[in-house]
Design a protein around this ligand. Sequence first.
Ligand SMILES: [Zn+2]
Length: 397
Amino acid sequence: MGESIRLGRIAGIAVGVNWSVLIIATLIALGLGVGGLPQLHPGHPEALYLVTGVLTAGLFLGSILAHELAHAIVARRRGVEVEGIVLWLLGGVAKFRSEARTPRDEIAIAAAGPAMSLIAAAVFGIASGASALLVGEAMSTTVLGWLGVLNLLLTAFNLIPAAPLDGGRILRGVLWARRGDPASAAASAARGGKGFGIALIALGLLLVVGMVALDGLWLMLLGWFIVTAAGAEEFHASLRGVRVRDVMTRAPVVAPDWLTLQEVVDQYVLTQRCSTFPLRGFDGRISGLLPLAAVKRVPSEQRATQRARDVACPIDRVATGHPDEELTELLQRVRGTCGEGRALVFDAAGELVGIVSPRDVGRARELHTLRQPQRNADDPPTSGGQRADEAEPTGTP
Ligand SMILES: [Zn+2]
């Protein structure tokens, strides 16, 4: 889920919302303002119910934000690079650019969120109790109590040991500490997540058949999200510890960017074994990346006049990396860039030393599974996906 609107920064951490958060906010606001509150507390003006519903939805999203902020702040304090937080349909996501360095860090970052939800549950519970003492069975007592219960449910749900839920991450940290191998720990936690997600989908299907359609569909959506995210975590786990230098194709063939496409085809494409060429400008610097697909898109009669640099991806829109960084970190930057999933690798002196293609990544995963210690021989092969972000659903609307 991408970020649609940037709200600003809290404690230095970028916070944004995806449009889908409006669905959950509307469901809560209308559910309380039109459905629940007028029934429980009759005799108030209609507008008051709606305002209370909207305020409660805001407080609910605020408590999810607090949960994610707790993850992000602990992560930053433990040296993990935080990209930001996005709120969306199924809750919140804290996005990280790097990994926890030790099992202890992993557990602390994962546990911070549920701990914050538990604190929120206590705060709302106490506020509801105070409201009951001061004004009795008023709307404030009801909604504060409801927020307390919801935060308690959120804590419990997120502690289920199935990645990408926080409980799955805690499990990953514990297995990592025990086995000493973060990749195998992450793969196990992700398998737990897949099983749990499939169970949720099955349960949702039963509810739909049993005519509880809305709750059923919600559970199925949640289950599908967890299965997808767990698959992505498996992919990520299968590459953990792999460096860019381990997989990159070294010393790629570089073509001058002033050649016409026809010249590139004749002199490079037909004579070399690669399908993507870094381009070099007059000044000797790398100016872009020319994938074969971009050449093919130009009609053959225009290839004699079009220059390579005019159809290539300019270098500022190509993902670039360093030989010593983690491959998964580079792959995160490849998303959304030009260049058909490829990244260029430069050394500290700024010299082009390699190129990473999706085929290199696929090969790295195969080799990685071969290198797995014997105790993981029963692990099924991992499936594809994108880099998993710290993500968690909130459960119910
Ligand atoms: Zn969390």
